[in-house]
Design a protein. Structure first.
Length: 118
């Protein structure tokens, strides 16, 4: 089992930046064995895939909705994956989650709330 804990969310204004972190832990699980992704869920909407990084972190890919504004990176020595979010918009308001890519049902954490005011 991989435990994932997201942090770094908050209330910001449109145009601001935030960096989210996701720390992984789990007995018998090696973080660097997993491609990791970021997802979000806005109220009343389905969970949305934002992007992911491969195991080494040397390659990333993004959904069109965030391409050019969001950047994913990882530090395998710290068992952490990051989501740098720039030029935030009110429509980015959501709970943000990390998970493996493809996602693993049992690995969802509590997420971190991001609220962007106009």
């Amino acid at each position: 089992q991989l435990q994932l804990v997201e942090s770094g969310g908050g209330l910001v204004q449109a145009g601001d930046s935030l960096r989210l972190s996701c720390v992984a832990s789990g007995s018998g699980r090696t973080f660097s064995n997993y491609a990791m992704g970021w997802f979000r869920q806005a109220p009343g909407k389905a969970r949305e895939f934002l992007g992911a990084t491969i195991k080494s972190g040397s390659s990333t890919y993004y959904a069109d909705s965030v391409k050019g504004r969001f950047t994913i990176s990882r530090d395998n020595a710290k068992n952490t994956v990051y989501l740098q979010m720039n030029s935030l918009k009110p429509e980015d308001t959501a709970v943000y989650y990390c998970n493996t890519d493809p996602q693993t049902k049992d690995y969802w954490g509590q997420g971190t709330q991001v609220t962007v005011s106009s």
